[in-house]
Design a protein around this ligand. Structure first.
Ligand code: ATP
Ligand code: MG
Length: 773
């Protein structure tokens, strides 16, 4: 037997060996679905299937890259390289590029990211003189997105009285007009947004049977991971492509369907059998990822869902540690607890940062975590925040590059026509936009015909516009003979972009200059990579990669970091230690998803996804008070905590609790040192011994009888009370120092301490958390 087949259990192997016909693998988390897909591709190639004939669709491009690496290990790099693998968006963007002219698009069409789309919708709302509080651009975009993902075109919208009625009732009667204008403007700009990549692919495959036939013939074997989260548009593409050979293999877990708000349709998985009556169904039941405590705990929660397919998940792994539940006073303390716990686990088990992930329901929760990690000098990476490519300075430079490839790109043009400042004001740009609408041309086409269009601008402005056009055209000529890096470099040098940032002089300015430099380095790397693999290294391809890049794709340094992300993004991933934070009613489950059973069940699936990311230990935390929307709110523990079978749970309390005297005072306010002081070696050792001794939590009250945090803190204060002049003490951030004076009484007692690194400081004992050493 081939070695890779030996790395599979019996049902996994059966699924890999099943070569032809439709098949579905339905299985719980961590049971090897992704592994089976990967090995199946390798096996198909071993069986003589041409790598060009295999299409594999994954949830992220990073997942695709990792799968490719594995496959290359079996079949070699030169073969693996030909595989079509990636997200729906990246694979079909590539196909659309070669077929664009059929749809009236230039092959070098731009891909608008969400930021571009929102800006365009904002402009349209303004031009239509609509109230932007009633027509919120992001909401409108999400409505348009839902139309597109259900294949409702503008014409279909205007033929559908139900949809129009719904918008009318929501007091937004002009949604259809905005949709129409948005589609037209994108088209004129030679731009597709993310949803267009799917919508236009559907259009392509429906309108042009010869194109459909071509890709059906090419993709003789099709595989889809995370099938439970495909939307209608994706479903139709897959069904069309697989229609001829019917060699379609989808894998998924209905219990992990978490994207219905983006149009994902769990029925795609449930109805697979109806679509393909000959389907072979495989079930994988053994989980290889997690301890049995985690697997059982996750099972006990998901069991509460009514709508789910019948399936078991078990594991042969050890019981491992209990699931740890932790209550904290505030979100600040929650952050500090998590950071402290990560630090201790690292010390106790010799682990690097990349063994840890912090998962939360909403992006806003990352801040408290970040603050705490920074204070402890623990390196982290946030996924799903503002990505590198969306920073202003980067987007500005990219907009120049986009213009060279596609000068009709309206959003790019608007960003750079007056950046760096060249005296072209907002009024002029408005006039250009109006003319463009009037003549049904792009703004750049208007600029090329300034003599024929009466814009009512003075001759000075006209000259400035002409200069701008000449500059772009000069770059375009250069772009014909230069590679992507040389062009980007030329643009940076000739536009004063960096000079403008340097003038700024602030640390942020310096940071921006570095980012621009980083982008140039990135382009250089891109070219080297592509040349090595013999792929297209043009600027157009670079821009496409960038438009479709997720944070997972722009990792540049190899420093191990703690991963922070929303649960939605964590799908398919695994980490030894997982912290799920903010387990409070109204936050998780979200207040917006508690009204119907189906919404609540989706939240529960989300919790199931979160918990099943953990390999060894899962920590679940909740805060009694939390700042939300600028207000301090009281929190109740999430119902999901109750739903976990008690057998698998252990309640722990914070080890270095905050004083309870005033919960509105954040102890960290008293620490004004921005940097963490590194301890000298002997102290570091002592600290480790101390922590090792205390590896078990100090207070472990039984469930339901949590010790009040105030009792615990009283103890800590007693500890501080023992401090006398002459003691050597250790402080979280200031490091070690000698107590040289004491003053005041009770809660006002202060110590003057001479720290070896930061000098003398007076600290309130009740907040200072000093340790005598
Ligand atoms: P998810 O539902 O979270 O996407 P999955 O079903 O795709 O999970 P995988 O990610 O493929 O599961 O596998 C989970 C872990 O178990 C991985 O680390 C994988 O390498 C390991 N694994 C899977 N099958 C086996 C096996 N037969 N022997 C050893 N390890 C395995
Ligand atoms: Mg998977």
């Amino acid at each position: 037997m081939n070695t890779y087949l030996k790395q599979l259990n019996e049902p996994q192997r059966a699924a890999v060996l099943q070569k032809d016909g439709p098949m579905i693998i339905i299985a719980g988390a961590g049971s090897g679905k992704t592994r089976v897909l990967t090995y199946r591709i390798a096996h198909l190639m071993q069986q003589g299937v041409d790598s060009f004939n295999i299409l594999s669709l994954t949830f992220t491009n990073k997942a695709a890259r990792e799968m490719k690496e594995r496959i290359a290990g079996v079949v070699g790099h030169s073969e693996a390289k030909n595989l079509w693998m990636g997200t729906f968006h990246s694979v079909f963007a590539r196909i659309l590029r070669s077929e664009a002219d059929r749809l009236g698009y230039p092959s070098n069409f731009t891909i608008y990211d969400t930021q571009d789309s929102v800006r365009l919708i904002t402009a349209i709302i303004k031009e239509m003189n609509l109230d932007k509080d009633r027509y919120k651009p992001k909401q409108i975009l999400s409505r348009i997105s839902s139309f597109k993902n259900s294949l409702i075109t503008v014409r279909a919208y205007f033929n559908n009285s139900d949809l129009q009625q719904a918008d009318l009732e929501a007091s937004r009667p002009r949604v259809g007009d905005i949709y129409k204008a948005y589609v037209e403007r994108c088209f004129k700009s030679g731009a597709m947004d993310f949803d267009d990549l799917l919508l236009r692919t559907n259009e392509l495959l429906t309108r042009f049977p010869e194109v459909l036939a071509k890709y059906q013939d090419r993709f003789r074997y099709i595989m889809v991971d995370e099938y439970q989260d495909t939307n209608h548009s994706q479903y139709l593409i897959v069904r069309a492509l697989a229609d001829r050979f019917q060699n379609i293999c989808v894998v998924g877990d209905d219990s992990q369907s978490i994207y219905s708000f983006r149009g994902a349709n769990i029925n795609n998985i449930l109805n697979f059998q109806k679509d393909y009556p000959d389907v072979k169904t495989f079930k994988l039941e053994q989980n290889y990822r997690s301890t049995s405590n985690i697997v059982e705990a996750a099972n006990s929660v998901i069991d509460k869902n009514k709508t789910k397919l019948d399936k078991e998940v078990w594991t042969a792994n050890d019981a491992g540690e209990s699931i740890k539940i932790m209550r904290t006073i505030s979100d600040g303390e929650e952050g500090r607890f998590v950071a402290q716990s990560i630090w201790e686990n690292q010390m106790n088990h010799q682990l690097t940062n990349d063994s840890f992930a912090i998962l939360y329901r909403t992006n806003a929760q990352s801040r408290a975590m970040e603050d705490a990690l920074r204070k402890k000098d623990i390196k982290y990476k946030i996924y799903g925040g503002i990505s590198f490519y969306q920073r202003k300075e980067i987007k500005d430079l990219l907009s120049y590059l986009r213009m060279l490839i596609n000068p009709n790109d309206e959003e790019a043009l608007k960003r750079i026509i007056n950046y760096p400042a060249r005296g072209i004001g907002a009024t002029t740009i408005d006039k250009l936009a109006i003319a463009a609408n009037h003549y049904n041309k792009s703004i750049f086409e208007i600029l090329l015909n300034l003599d024929k269009v009466d814009l009512k601008i003075n001759s000075g402005t006209k000259t400035k516009l002409e200069n701008f056009v000449r500059m772009i055209q000069r770059f375009q000529i250069e772009a014909k003979t230069k590679n992507a890096f040389e062009i980007a470099d030329l643009v940076v040098k000739n536009t004063q972009l960096v000079k403008d940032l340097q003038k700024d002089g602030t640390p942020e300015g310096v940071n921006k200059v570095e980012n621009v430099q980083e982008l140039l380095n990135g382009i250089k790397d891109f070219i080297t990579d592509k040349i090595e693999t013999g792929e297209d290294s043009s600027l157009a391809v670079f821009l496409e990669d960038v438009a479709l890049a997720t944070d997972f794709d722009s990792e540049k340094d190899d420093t191990p970091r703690v991963s922070l992300m929303t649960i939605h993004l964590s799908k398919g991933l695994e980490y030894p230690y997982v912290y799920i934070v903010g387990l409070e009613e109204s936050l998780f489950p979200s207040a917006m998803s508690m009204n119907t059973r189906s919404e609540l069940e989706e939240e529960r699936r989300l919790f199931y996804v979160a918990l099943t990311r953990a390999e060894k230990v899962a920590y679940l935390t909740y805060a009694q008070t939390r700042y939300r929307w600028g207000k301090l709110t009281d929190g109740e523990p999430s119902r999901f905590l109750e739903e976990i079978d008690e057998k698998y749970v252990e309640h722990i309390a914070p080890k270095a609790p905050e004083p309870s005297a005033n919960r509105f005072i954040d102890a960290s306010l008293f620490d004004d040192s921005p940097k963490r002081i590194r301890f000298q070696k002997p102290i570091q050792k002592k600290r480790q011994e101390f922590l090792a001794k205390k590896a078990k939590p100090a207070v472990v009250p039984p469930k339901g009888k949590m010790k009040k945090v105030s009792e615990v803190s009283a103890k800590a204060n007693l500890f501080d009370g023992e401090i006398v002049v002459g003691n050597f003490v250790e402080h979280n951030r200031f490091g070690t120092g000698e107590v040289i004076a004491l003053e005041g009484k009770g809660p006002n007692k202060k110590a003057e301490i001479k720290f070896s690194t930061v000098g003398k400081k007076k600290l309130l004992l009740q907040f200072a958390k000093l340790k005598v050493i």
